[in-house]
Design a protein around this ligand. Structure first.
Ligand code: NAD
Length: 300
């Protein structure tokens, strides 16, 4: 068992950290809004007063923060992690950030003898709570092997996909796939809701064929119930789609569908919906047809 530090106890971080306590690790936690640490402290974790303190007392530190500038801040701010982590310690960043930022962080940490693995996750809040996240890891073999021992506490699947930054590239592909799937589920539901089709029966049969997907299974009911509480905020998915577009530009390839979906997400953010779950993408599609809520006129 190891001394594990955890920084960023939001929708994903809190349940992930909880699994580390359950697995028997000695856990030290820090969150900017300290109230979010209380539940974990009650569970047996120790609260730290700063990110630097987390680094001081941990062998391994996990960060689960919104975006690249947040990870850079906890590392490089005055008294931040990089100044307190011991040589030979390991930083695992589970946040979704840009591959370039991950590679730069890995380089700076390596210069001070600290190992780094980028290990973004997929599976959403449900996956974090159930401890069944898919984790894509970039880094040196030795660091990744060490990271696996810790990440095992909340992983359903793990893969070492290449050098530092590669985990973030695979996560970008993941976010293209998820957004595309949500958008087309939104289009299909918008169509069906304008007809006299029995939607529950339709979803049942669709989930039994080639169109079946986790998105269809999990997000379609949310769209039908108009339950857009996050989950995964559109603002965060927008960040990820921009990472994917930048990666595509870097690789000199065109990703037209990703471009269109990014614009739909931007339209929702402009309308003030950025804090809603990404299943709210259906609203952008409905608005294109002039209806905020579906109507069944001229069915079949
Ligand atoms: P969140 O906004 O719920 O949580 C982020 C947490 O970080 C918050 O508690 C915030 O207070 C804390 N924080 C921010 N800056 C900080 C700082 N400088 N020091 C300490 N704490 C700080 O976000 P989330 O949904 O948990 O997502 C975290 C990351 O995981 C993002 O990169 C996101 O893209 C990714 N992700 C999210 C999901 C999901 O379904 N929510 C799924 C997979 C991956």
């Amino acid at each position: 068992m190891m001394k594990v530090g955890f920084i960023g106890l939001g929708v994903m971080g809190k349940p992930m950290a909880g699994h580390l306590v359950d697995a028997g690790h000695e856990l030290i936690v820090y969150n900017r809004t300290s109230a979010k640490a209380q539940e974990l402290i009650a569970k047996g974790a120790t609260g730290a007063a700063s990110t630097g303190e987390v680094g001081q007392v941990s062998d391994v530190v996990i960060t689960m923060l919104p975006d690249s500038p947040d990870v850079e801040a906890v590392l490089f701010e005055d008294g931040g992690l990089i100044s307190t982590l011991k040589p030979g310690s390991l930083l695992i960043d589970c946040s979704t950030i840009s591959p370039e930022a991950a590679a730069a962080i890995g380089g700076q940490l390596a210069a001070t003898g600290i190992q780094f693995v980028d290990a973004p996750v997929s599976g959403g809040e449900i996956g974090a709570v159930s401890g069944k996240l898919a984790i894509m890891m970039g880094g040196e073999v030795e660091a990744v092997t060490r990271a696996e021992e810790v990440l095992n506490a909340f992983a359903g699947a793990m893969a070492h996909v290449g050098p530092v930054g590669s985990g973030q590239l695979v996560k970008a592909a993941n976010q293209m796939l998820v957004a595309g799937n949500i958008a087309i589920v939104g289009e299909a539901l918008s169509l069906l809701q304008r007809t006299e089709v029995d939607i529950d029966s339709a979803l049942g049969v669709l989930n039994g064929g080639l169109a079946a997907s986790r998105v269809l299974e999990v997000k379609a009911p949310k769209m039908l119930e108009r339950d857009f509480a996050p989950g995964f905020r559109l603002d965060l998915h927008y960040k990820d789609l921009r990472i994917a577009l930048a990666a595509a530009e870097h690789a000199k390839i065109a990703v037209p569908l990703t471009g269109i979906i990014t614009q739909l997400v931007q339209a929702l953010r402009s309308a003030g919906d950025g804090g809603e779950d990404h299943s709210a993408l259906i609203k952008a599609i409905e608005r294109l047809s002039g209806a905020a809520t579906p109507v069944k006129e001229g069915a079949l």
